[in-house]
Ligand binder design. Structure first.
Ligand code: CMC
Length: 367
């Protein structure tokens, strides 16, 4: 009998991985052995996705073939009709429903020969899923985007084709592509471990990712900055909310990092370089909040996480806050798929933990 439960599975390792290495004390993140800053400064989204799935940087022939898998990710007509029936609401719940609906007649079986090809197709489908959720919420006509270059195809939907915006968005998608096994990837792993299919596993992941302690943090951190309003208001706001009311500061703290998250450097650099006059006050408010909070939390080793900065960038790229979590989710699809493939190809075992019973002893119904 175990002595106690491992709440939050904080000290439990559930798989081996060659995908992502994190050193939370030193602030190191590597994809397949390459430092995250090396990756984001040198590779495209497609090259990074290939690297995560196949373990190496592709040559031009390999990249062409991978692009053709992604290009297969077209949504069938019935999915457009389904999206059109969604009421106004949470885009991640819509995404989870669409991935589940795609699984109904698309039950791709696990097969070492086909897994990576299927993953490429699902990455293409994901660009279409989130683009069309966006179009639906905006009241526009739905269509299959150009997947030749999925990042540009996606930004075309949001009318955001300035090359420097495309580059910045591509960088954000790479920075968010994988992060070992946070709650959403774990949810996908649990589903995949039952040998349920990849699309259903992705559907599970979306529901976990939307929570405010996980993917929802970027939106909530951004709303925090708007609520504070200006750098002068930071101190009184912080005293009232964080010190007096003991609320959690969203965008700060991490289960693994006890120092700066290494992805922040690039997010900060991009949000500072794209910031225009209109958004200056939000950025200045965030930077002042970071300064005040770091001062207060230093002893507890609580630092900003990526979600503190990513919302600033997404806002500068013209996205509204209700779509921030979707952008994170779209970026993470590749990492989730790479992890469930790695698990089912190498160590597949049904994930079925135990609970320690602490309820009543045996009771008898008396009538
Ligand atoms: N604001 C105030 N106090 C905090 C915060 C915060 N953001 N984060 C941790 N703490 C305190 C917490 O109150 C506790 O203090 P004490 O020991 O005195 O009770 C201590 O730090 C340890 O906290 P914990 O909740 O046991 O730590 P955790 O590993 O479960 O926390 C976390 C991780 C992300 C849930 C937490 O830091 C948090 O709630 N942050 C705010 C939400 C957020 O930004 N989420 C994004 C997470 S990163 C990306 C992702 O995974 O998607």
């Amino acid at each position: 009998m175990p002595m106690d439960v491992d709440l939050g599975l904080e000290n439990t390792y559930i798989k081996h991985t060659k995908l992502t290495y994190i050193d939370g004390e030193l602030g190191v993140l590597r994809y397949r052995g390459y430092d995250i800053n090396d990756v984001v400064n040198n590779l495209s989204f497609m090259e990074t996705a290939y690297l995560m799935l196949y373990g190496r940087i592709p040559d031009s022939k390999e990249l062409k073939l991978f692009s053709s898998y992604i290009g297969d990710g077209k949504l069938p007509e019935r999915i457009f009709s389904m999206i059109d029936t969604f009421p106004e609401g949470d885009p991640l719940s819509m995404a989870s429903s669409v991935f589940a609906a795609l699984a109904i007649d698309n039950n791709m079986k696990w097969s070492i020969d086909e897994n990576k090809r299927n993953a490429g197709r699902i990455i293409g489908l994901s660009f279409n899923v989130f683009a069309n959720i966006y179009l639906h919420i905006k009241g526009k006509k739905l269509y299959n985007i150009d997947l030749g270059d999925p990042v540009s195809g996606f930004l075309r939907v949001t009318n955001n084709m300035d090359p420097k915006n495309v580059k910045a968005f591509e960088a954000a998608m790479i920075l968010y592509m994988d992060h070992e096994i946070p709650a959403s990837t774990t949810a996908a792993l649990v589903t995949a471990s039952t040998l349920s299919d990849m699309l259903s596993s992705l559907s599970s992941a979306m529901n976990a990712l939307k929570g405010p302690l996980h993917g929802g943090a970027a939106e909530n951190a951004f709303l925090e900055f708007l609520d504070i309003g200006s750098p002068e208001n930071v101190k009184p706001w912080f005293n009232e909310h964080i010190i007096k009311n003991r609320e959690r500061l969203i965008g700060f703290g991490h289960r693994v990092y006890k120092t700066y998250d290494p992805r922040i450097k690039k997010f900060r650099e991009l949000s500072m370089s794209l910031c225009d006059e209109k958004n200056r006050i939000i950025l200045d408010t965030a930077l002042e909040l970071e300064r005040v909070a770091l001062d207060y939390f230093r002893e507890k080793k609580i630092y900003p996480n990526t979600d503190f900065f990513s919302g600033l960038l997404f806002n500068e790229l013209g996205f509204e806050h209700w779509f921030f979590t979707s952008l994170f989710a779209l970026s993470r699809v590749t990492g989730i798929l790479a992890h469930i493939i790695e698990y089912n190809e190498n160590e597949q075992r049904l994930i079925r933990p135990r609970a320690i019973y602490n309820g009543d002893g045996e009771r008898f119904i008396k009538r």
